[in-house]
Write a protein that binds this ligand. Structure first.
Ligand code: GLN
Length: 393
């Protein structure tokens, strides 16, 4: 038989999903994959039921049903302060991952260079690799994950076309500040670059932090595609509904591409999620308070056990360093070993640190914990961790 396409050569099961498979059938708690398994709000579920019952089930416009695009337009201009005025600047897709695929295939040619910050979300990088883009990495380090913009500029070559921004960040929890975004916008303009900004965790913010969209910075919108989605905000990761916001001519091409790959996002589910916009703002307030408590429980537990914990500023992950545990326990030689040890000894799934770095060694002493769980489930996981890895004193 002839060989498969070369672009599939490097494809392997992601560590993010692997832990979910490893835990299947075990009495374990999955703090690995960011599944977000709290209930989806009732109005959204009822909206989807009604759409199915009423046979609103045929293809939509490839950019999404107009009611939903209209609602996203409104949200993008008020919450994100992005200077959008038309639904031509909005495209609904199959998850924000679907929007990311449409974006990179629209903006990039094979061989183009893209700047990515480490630690990164691996799906960004693996998709860039599949489409043939070359990545250049800029390292950031906790607890502040400061960006060395001189290093960013030094990496820019005539082939550089795009920079990936992710705020709040997965897995770092970094929330980009206004001054960082202003600096980034000026780099984009100076070097004539595009930005793709993944803002899927835009409502998970701690200690009173504010989410600022890169595209809201003057001069940035024209060269920025903003990606977000409903999965995380409304606990509906399996519905696969996300969207992109950007300049109309780029969104138009992305829509054509999205049409080829997906035709459209599932229509009854689009009708369902449109109901989210009728929910009161209390929803965000309650969600914010609940995540604040969960972050506190997760981070204090890890600190008690002995992890070095860069408390996340946003998102619902913490990338914690287990180096101090090596002296007290076996099974922490590296991140893969540590991840297995937590499953074996505590029944808790995590993601190995190497999943977020180009060089495995850079992630070899850390694990990512996801705290998007019901509070009692998270409490159970934390108790298991404390029982298995008793604090030193
Ligand atoms: N974004 C989520 C995570 O980082 C899950 C998506 C996935 O399974 N890749 O865990």
């Amino acid at each position: 038989m002839k060989a498969l396409a070369e672009r599939t050569d490097h494809l392997v099961q992601s560590n993010i999903r692997a832990i979910t498979l490893l835990l299947a059938g075990k009495d374990g708690i999955n703090l690995g994959q960011g599944i977000c398994d709290m209930p989806t709000p009732d109005p959204i579920k009822r909206g989807a039921h009604a759409a199915i019952d009423n046979d609103r089930s045929i293809y939509s416009h490839y950019g999404g049903i107009i009611e939903l695009r209209q609602a996203i337009l409104e949200k993008a201009s008020t919450y994100n302060r992005i200077p959008v005025t038309s639904t031509d600047e909005i495209m609904v897709s199959v998850g924000s991952t679907g929007a990311f695929v449409a974006t990179i295939f629209t903006l990039l040619n094979p061989g183009d260079e893209v700047i990515v910050f480490e630690p990164y979300y691996g799906y960004h990088c693996n998709l860039l690799t599949v489409m043939g883009a070359k990545q250049k990495f800029v390292k950031t380090h906790g607890p502040e994950w400061k960006i060395d913009f001189d290093e960013v500029e030094a990496l820019i070559s005539p082939r550089t076309k795009c920079i990936i921004v992710n705020t709040p960040g997965n897995p770092s929890g970094k929330v980009w500040s206004k001054s960082e975004l202003v600096r980034m916008a000026s780099i984009l303009e100076k070097h004539d670059l595009f930005a793709i900004t993944d803002e899927i965790y835009e409502y998970m913010l701690y200690d009173g932090r504010e989410h600022i969209s890169l595209a809201s910075i003057p001069g940035a919108f024209e060269r920025t595609i903003t990606l977000s989605g409903f999965s995380k905000t409304y606990n509906m990761t399996g519905w696969r509904l996300g969207y992109a916001v950007g300049p109309a001519p780029i969104i138009a091409k992305m829509g054509l591409l999205s049409d080829l790959i997906y035709i459209c996002a599932p229509t009854p589910l689009q009708h369902g999620v449109a109901e989210a916009f009728g929910m009161s703002d209390d929803y965000f307030k309650e969600m914010g308070e609940a995540y604040e408590r969960k972050r506190h429980l997760m981070c204090t537990t890890l600190e008690e056990i002995g992890f070095i914990v860069p408390w996340p500023e946003g998102s619902y992950y913490v990338l914690a360093d287990f180096t101090p545990l090596r002296k007290r326990f076996d099974g922490f030689e590296d991140d893969m070993a540590a991840s297995f040890t937590l499953v074996e000894k505590a029944g808790v799934g995590t993601v190995a640190g190497r999943s977020f770095f180009d060089d495995d060694a850079d992630g070899s002493s850390c694990l990512r914990f996801c705290f998007a769980k019901e509070y009692p489930v998270l409490e159970d996981a934390c108790n298991r961790l404390k029982a298995a890895f008793k604090p030193a004193n």
